[in-house]
Design a protein around this ligand. Sequence first.
Ligand code: 5GP
Ligand code: ZN
Length: 114
Amino acid sequence: MPDCLFCKIVSGEIKGNIVFEGERLVAFRDINPQAPMHVLIVPRRHIDSLNELQPSDGGIVGEMVRRAAAIAEEHGHSAGGYRTVFNCNADAGQTVFHIHLHVLGGRKFGWPPG
Ligand code: 5GP
Ligand code: ZN
């Protein structure tokens, strides 16, 4: 996906503040953090949104969620808690169409979300 921002961060064409690089995933800090810790976890492979996930993508999504827990732990937020969010399409405010899991921590979060 030549025009995808997150594909460019994954490939290194655009510099990201990387916190994790694995075989199938990359995680980097959000450019506009909404909490003291705000990391985005993305698959290296381009997938537009949750709506395009296939049954065979279960493994990668599970890996993303487990990585979120690991990153929260590394930042010291396991016990206190943290928020994970997948936004899908316009009503949820998705702005980058390469799936990403937000991992936020270091403050209290409201519920229901805005
Ligand atoms: P969405 O609204 O699609 O769920 O989340 C997209 C996120 O990407 C936003 O939180 C936004 O701040 C972040 N973002 C947008 N452009 C960049 C960028 O160039 N670099 C990084 N690291 N994050 C970005
Ligand atoms: Zn992409």
